[in-house]
Write a protein that binds this ligand. Structure first.
Ligand code: ATP
Length: 362
């Protein structure tokens, strides 16, 4: 098996008595795009800063290419960081900003200028080489910051919320620029964001953090389909999460459970074991629930529609059951409209057994 490029081996970070990062174990491989995601204060920037050499782990070891780097200063490791505020030098023009890192490395003027210009071309900034930084748009500055970090051809690039200052349209365009560059160059990206859409659109693997703890690491698809616990399920959104009790074992990996929504079957994820009578947390993705006007073999409960949110091709539907419980359902708009529901009409919600997932933790 290939050796990871980066290893966090039981890395902990305290600020005084406050634990910003709990024992963290993470391996990042060459050429991967890893996003670290979580809400404000969860420790994602601290994790990135430790990798960049701007904060020192309180304990544990960080390795880059198999070498311990805990004690190396930021300039002694090859881990440049692109910030949200970009930190471009206002007193240097575009090309001078880009060649700065090469100048620090002692590269001769003609060679570094040539290289900087090549990177500007690559990022569609050739015509702005001699412009002042203050005369660039947000997206252009963003690309200058990228060129400045990439010109030294690092094996890994760290990015801290680099798109958060851009408007939504530009942010989506920059996502394409970033993923294109990352794949073309084969550079490893470690990307911190609080935005699920950014992380899920770009990353090969996502690390979800909460309160200094890693809650789950996996591909966007895996995290969306198999959240490990209710924190992750709520964080990714669009999930119905509720408590249940194990009533029996139906088949390999399939249980009978009792819940406020009734008795039905649910899937046990691989590796998780449960006992009869055990309390579990059940998660059903809104996109896995079907609606019909007549009961079918898949129908599990019925209710009335109390809310609808149209979102272009999809619609989020909120059902209220007879017991006053709410169920979130997501349907393609065309399917939903075809039901032609009248106000107050009863609808039946159904799902395949395996779509009700028992979470690994609570
Ligand atoms: P945000 O999205 O708001 O930037 P984050 O997930 O990146 O949040 P961090 O910056 O890693 O969060 O901070 C994690 C926790 O550590 C926060 O509670 C923060 O207040 C605390 N913290 C960070 N740096 C320091 C410091 N130098 N001294 C004391 N506490 C700190």
């Amino acid at each position: 098996m290939t050796q990871p490029l980066v290893v966090f081996d039981n890395v902990v970070k305290h600020f005084g008595s406050f634990v910003a990062v709990e024992p963290m174990n993470l391996e990042i491989y060459k050429g991967e795009f890893v996003a670290i995601m979580g809400s404000s204060g969860c420790g994602k920037t601290t994790t990135l800063r430790m990798l960049a050499g701007l904060d020192k782990p309180s304990s544990g070891e960080i390795r880059l290419n198999g070498q311990r780097i805990n004690d190396l200063y930021s300039w002694q490791r090859d881990t440049p960081l692109v910030w949200q505020n970009l930190a471009l030098f206002p007193f240097l023009n575009v090309v001078e900003n880009v060649e700065f890192g090469l100048r620090m490395r002692g590269m001769a003027k003609a060679a570094r200028r040539k290289k900087a210009l090549q990177w500007l071309e690559r990022l569609d900034l050739g015509e702005f080489a001699t412009r002042d930084i203050s005369m660039l748009s947000g997206g252009q500055r963003q690309r200058v910051a990228l060129a400045r970090s990439l010109v030294t051809e690092p094996s890994i690039l760290l990015l801290d919320e680099p798109l958060s200052a851009l408007d939504a349209r530009l942010s989506v365009r920059m996502q394409a620029v970033l993923t294109g560059l990352q794949k073309d160059l084969g550079i490893t990206f470690v990307y911190v964001t609080h935005s699920q859409s950014e992380a899920f659109a770009m990353a090969d693997r996502v690390v979800i953090m909460s309160r200094g703890r890693v809650e789950q690491i996996g591909s966007p698809k895996h995290i969306f389909l198999e959240p490990h616990n209710s924190f992750v399920a709520e964080f990714v959104g669009g999930k119905n999460i509720f408590a249940g009790v194990v009533l029996g074992f139906v088949d390999t990996g399939l249980l009978q459970i009792d819940s406020p929504y009734g008795r039905f079957r649910a899937r046990l994820p691989e590796g998780r074991t449960v006992a009869l009578g055990e309390k579990v947390t059940v998660c059903i993705g809104a996109e896995n629930i079907n609606l019909t006007t007549q009961p079918t073999a898949d129908s599990r409960l019925s209710g009335t529609v109390v809310g609808e949110e149209f979102n272009g091709s999809m619609v989020n539907v909120y059902l209220e059951t007879r017991d006053g419980l709410e169920l979130q359902v997501q349907r393609p708009s065309t399917d939903y409209h075809a039901l032609e529901l009248k106000a107050g009409q009863t609808v039946h919600a159904g799902w395949a057994d395996a779509r009700a997932l028992i979470l690994r933790g609570n």
